[in-house]
Ligand binder design. Structure first.
Ligand code: SF4
Length: 110
């Protein structure tokens, strides 16, 4: 499918890492000194990371990419420790997972 997704300009990226904690889905990692999108599945295309890059290295483009997969994001986040998520039960349905970073993004929209 064609959709919006981030693109990192390797020439502009200085490897400062400021974008990493500001990707609420954990889709960015520093690899060989450069920020990399580790999986199309984990980028929701909203671009919360863009404003945190001092080099202007990140932009949103439209290209063929796998659809954003919230389950893949949750699977990655649970590997980062219990401070990254909490589960809670509702009266109906299975336990839900709450990503703390995701809540920060929602708060920022207010
Ligand atoms: S914030 Fe920008 S310059 Fe820093 S690692 Fe991320 S993409 Fe590279």
């Amino acid at each position: 499918m064609k959709r919006q997704i981030i693109q990192i300009d390797e020439e502009k990226c200085n490897g400062c890492g400021l974008c990493i904690p500001n990707c609420h889905e954990g889709a960015l990692q520093l690899i060989d000194g450069k920020a990399r999108l580790i999986s199309d599945l984990m980028c929701d295309g909203l671009g919360a990371c863009i404003g945190h890059c001092p080099e202007g290295a990140i932009e949103i483009i439209e290209r063929e990419a796998q659809a954003y997969d919230e389950i893949a994001v949750i699977k990655e986040m649970v590997t980062k420790g219990e401070n990254s998520y909490r589960t809670f039960s509702t009266f109906e349905g299975p336990p839900r997972v709450w990503l703390f970073k995701a809540r920060s993004k929602m708060d920022a929209r207010k």
